[in-house]
Design a protein around this ligand. Structure first.
Ligand SMILES: [Zn+2]
Length: 260
C-alpha cells in the first residue's frame, strides 16, 4: 500500500482512541518519619508515621513502549534502622531503584512531577536530557516561593528540559495530567490507563488515611489553600467511587506492588 508505514499505523491507532495500557510500579526512593497531621488536616496529630516517597515507574505495553517516571523522590536520605525493622523495607537512591528495574536515567522517556516539593523532584537533575512535565503554576511557585514554603529549590527545574502545562492535558495516549491545586499552587494528579482500568496518582501528599470508606475525603495536612485542597481531594474520591484506583502519593502499602 503506498505511503504505508509502521508510524502511520500507530497514528491511526491513536486517532481511533485505542488506549495504550501501562503498568505502574512504585519505587521506594526515600523515607521520613513525620506526624500523621502532615497528611490529614486537623486529624491524627501526635501520631508518628513512616512516610514513604515513591517514584512511580510507568511502562507502556505496546504502542511506543514508553517509560515514564512520576516524581523522582528525595535526593538524599538515610534509612532509619527502625524503618527497616518495622516494615522490612529499605528505600533506594533513584539510580539504584532504576537499576533494580534494569533501567538507567537514559531509558526514561519523560518525567512528570506531581509538584515540586523536595520529596517529589529531588532527583530531577539526574534527568537532564528528559522532558519534565509540570504545571506552569507550580513552576512559578518553585522559582518564586512563598516564604512559608521552604521545600522548593531552583535546582529542581533550572537547566532542565521543563515543559510547563496548563490545566488538564493528555500528554501521551493513556496518560492525562489533571490540575488539582490546593496542596501547592500547581499540584497535579496523573491519570493512567491500565489493563485494570484507570489509575489516578493523587498529586497531593496524602495516604490511604485520607480516603475513609464513608464520608468525605480528609483534606491534606499541608496546603497553600485548604478550601481548594479539600475540594480537589473530593474530586479524587469521586473518581475512586466511579471505579478508578487511587494511588495516594505517600501510601506505605504500595510497596512491592505492580498495578495494571
Ligand atoms: Zn509529599
Amino acid at each position: 500500500m503506498p505511503g504505508y508505514s509502521l508510524s502511520d499505523s500507530k497514528d491511526t491507532h491513536q486517532r481511533r482512541g485505542e488506549l495504550m495500557p501501562y503498568t505502574i510500579t512504585p519505587l521506594l526512593v526515600g523515607v521520613r518519619n513525620v506526624d500523621q497531621g502532615i497528611m490529614t488536616y486537623q486529624q491524627g496529630y501526635g501520631k508518628r508515621i513512616w512516610l514513604p516517597m515513591w517514584a512511580f515507574l510507568l511502562r507502556e505495553k505496546g504502542g511506543e513502549g514508553r517509560t515514564v517516571i512520576v516524581d523522582t523522590g528525595l535526593e538524599d536520605f538515610v534509612n532509619p534502622p527502625e524503618f527497616i525493622e518495622d516494615t522490612g523495607l529499605e528505600a533506594l537512591f533513584m539510580d539504584e531503584a532504576l537499576e533494580q528495574q534494569g533501567l538507567t536515567a537514559n531509558d526514561v522517556d519523560a518525567v512528570i512531577n506531581t509538584h515540586l516539593h523536595d520529596d517529589h523532584c529531588g532527583n530531577n537533575p539526574m534527568f537532564e536530557n528528559t522532558p519534565i512535565y509540570v504545571q506552569r503554576a507550580e513552576l512559578e511557585a518553585c522559582l518564586h516561593p512563598h516564604p512559608l514554603d521552604y521545600r522548593y529549590e531552583p535546582s529542581f527545574v533550572e537547566d532542565l528540559d521543563v515543559r510547563p502545562v496548563e490545566g488538564d492535558t493528555e500528554i501521551f495516549p493513556g496518560i492525562t495530567l489533571m490540575a488539582t491545586p490546593g496542596h501547592t499552587p500547581g499540584s497535579q494528579a496523573v491519570k493512567v490507563e491500565t489493563e485494570d482500568g484507570p489509575v489516578v496518582i493523587t498529586g497531593m501528599c496524602c495516604s490511604g488515611e485520607n480516603f475513609p470508606e464513608n464520608g468525605p475525603a480528609i483534606c491534606p495536612g499541608v496546603h497553600c489553600d485548604a478550601f481548594s485542597a479539600y475540594d480537589e481531594i473530593q474530586k479524587l474520591k469521586a473518581l475512586r467511587d466511579q471505579g478508578a484506583t487511587l494511588l495516594p502519593l505517600h501510601e506505605l502499602s504500595l510497596a512491592g506492588k505492580t498495578i495494571g
